[in-house]
Design a binder for this molecule. Structure first.
Ligand SMILES: [Fe+2]
Ligand SMILES: [Fe+2]
Length: 471
């Protein structure tokens, strides 16, 4: 009698359930960040799964292509038809961690008889810091270095912000005459990244008002890029220079369709009625934008951001346009839609008083579920912090202080701050740095609206922030 051939069963498993003996047949889930394939990840899947089929989605829907045809930043959903003889198809010890690092999260595997599937492990908890501990002291020292770098870049950041706003304005102006070009934006993106000024630009975005279009695009872009990179590094993923360039560019171009809106409507201080002709023109900037970027042959994800950054989770909301299902939004677009609203809140001074960053974060948190993807809000809030860098706070000592570095995740209300005003309301020139992770007795009392507090001058909060130096 012929010996019985051991039957292999097919199972869906998570990366941390991969064990020796299994064979990967399909990759069924990628992490959201993996949707933007950077150079390194592209190389990983193309060499590891040579001969397989990649399932991607673009504006026209889902399609299957040979993995060799996959391009950087394509929206990869699944990998199927994986040849069984490939090295990355045969599971060996330690492979799960490698897969997770590259954003491959879930697999269809063939499991031979006798191979046990382990229980899926829960997400790893970050080590918890406690106030005043040696770990908190160590973190403090690292943060001081980061803050020094940030403060050194504030002036450059301000110059770049002004320059970049003109670049956006020029792109729209030239576009109006039918000559769209991404050259100016690309070289500005290069300058901003090579000078490492995005964190400082993000901090001052909260201290400066902005117009509705040009500075808005700049502030939105730097916040988007900085948050995206921060989310990736929190997930222990490498952030490649190409990812940073791509994210920043998509922010700069997200409102390019506004070039099709007459300049007097675009720059008007008037608030248009929901059913007015002007409002209709403004709302069309998303479809115009998608068309312009398609004609410019920009990448699909950049088009997706421009096309769908106003689509809300609840599509029946008036603020949701154009008419498209929420599923059409790429992960980057979902983050962009949150950042877009956040920037509009902290930047707009025309219709209502500004939302300072600390209050805007709170407001955004309340929109989870109806307007935005909950997961993305969670990422956004963790990345911005409950009190974003540049927020003005009143401390329990009565002093006023600017946030210089975010609090750790488990103590969101204990940031590192610089005291700029004493309890008697007098400005002080020697800015005492307090790390609330080391000062148990000092707490945050409230977020102060710096526009209201320094009502004599719009620029004063920025000037004071700019003058902070660490001893
Ligand atoms: Fe927009
Ligand atoms: Fe926008």
């Amino acid at each position: 009698m012929a010996s019985q051939i051991s039957e292999a069963s097919r199972q869906r498993v998570k990366a941390n359930q991969l064990v020796q003996g299994m064979t990967i047949v399909e990759v069924t889930e990628m992490s959201f960040d993996f949707a933007t394939l950077d150079t390194e990840k592209l190389k990983f899947v193309q060499t590891g799964y040579k001969g397989a089929t990649a399932v991607i989605t673009d504006q026209s829907g889902r399609m299957e292509i040979p993995i060799e045809h996959l391009k950087e930043f394509d929206h990869l959903q699944e990998i199927t038809n994986i040849p069984a003889q490939l090295k990355l198809a045969k599971v060996v010890t330690g492979m799960g961690a490698l897969m997770e690092k590259h954003g491959l999260l879930e697999f269809m595997v063939s499991v031979p008889q006798g191979v046990e599937i382990p229980e899926a492990a829960g997400p790893q908890q970050a080590p918890r810091l406690s106030v005043g501990s040696p770990e908190a002291q160590k973190r403090h020292e690292q943060k001081v270095e980061e803050v020094k770098q940030l403060l050194d870049k504030v002036e450059t950041a301000e110059t770049n912000r002004t320059k970049a706003s003109s670049v956006v304005e020029e792109m729209l102006d030239i576009g109006r005459s039918g000559n769209y070009s991404s050259k100016g934006v690309e070289s500005m993106v290069g300058d901003i990244l090579s000078e490492g000024s995005t964190s400082a630009m993000k901090a001052i975005a909260g201290l400066r008002g902005s117009d509705q279009t040009y500075a808005h695009c700049v502030d939105m872009s730097v916040i988007l890029q900085d948050c995206y990179a921060d989310i990736l590094s929190r997930m222990d993923k490498d952030v490649s220079p190409s990812t940073n360039r791509f994210t920043l560019t998509s922010g700069f171009m997200h409102d390019i369709g506004k070039s099709e809106v007459p300049k007097d409507v675009l720059e008007s201080k008037e608030r248009f009625a929901p059913d007015s002709q002007e409002m209709l023109l403004l709302r069309n900037h998303t479809t115009y934008g998608a068309k312009i970027l398609t004609d410019m042959k920009m990448h699909d994800t950049i088009i997706n951001v421009a096309h769908y950054h106003h689509v809300k989770k609840d599509g029946s909301l008036f603020t949701s346009y154009p008419d498209a299902p929420f599923e059409s939004l790429r992960p980057l677009t979902r983050l962009a839609s949150v950042v877009d609203v956040y920037q509009a809140l902290i930047g707009k001074r025309k219709y209502k008083k500004n939302w300072v960053p600390g209050k805007a974060v709170e407001y955004i948190m309340n929109l989870a579920g109806s307007e935005f993807d909950e997961k993305m809000i969670e990422h956004f809030v963790t990345s911005m912090g409950r009190y974003p860098v540049g927020s003005l706070l009143r401390l329990s000592t009565g002093e006023l202080a600017f946030v210089l570095a975010l609090a750790p995740e488990n103590y969101p209300d204990r940031p590192m701050v610089a005291v700029v005003e004493n309890g008697q309301g007098e400005l002080i020139s020697h800015h005492n740095v307090l790390d609330l992770m080391l000062q148990e007795d000092v707490t945050v009392q409230e977020v102060v609206d710096h526009y209201e507090h320094y009502n004599e001058s719009e620029d004063q909060a920025y000037r004071i922030f700019e003058s902070i130096r660490l001893q």
